[in-house]
Design a binder for this molecule. Structure first.
Ligand SMILES: [Zn+2]
Length: 67
């Protein structure tokens, strides 16, 4: 049984849950906009989500290359 991935909002530490990582990016981006009036670019939201998910055992996050 797979656990739903969870990340924390970088602004208020709320738990953000979704079925998968792209869902997390959507949910966190919406949360930031609705709760904090922050329009964070999708790339930045994704980087934050991936960075947090890398701490989970067994999750094979692709390294963010470039930049
Ligand atoms: Zn928040």
């Amino acid at each position: 049984m797979l656990e739903q991935p969870t990340v924390k909002c970088p602004s208020c530490e709320s738990d953000i849950r979704a079925a998968d990582e792209s869902g997390l990016v959507n949910v966190l981006q919406e949360h930031l906009y609705e709760e904090h009036a922050l329009e964070m670019p999708r790339e930045r939201v994704r980087e934050n989500v991936y960075a947090q998910l890398k701490h989970f055992d067994g999750y094979n996050a692709r390294p963010i290359s470039g930049a």
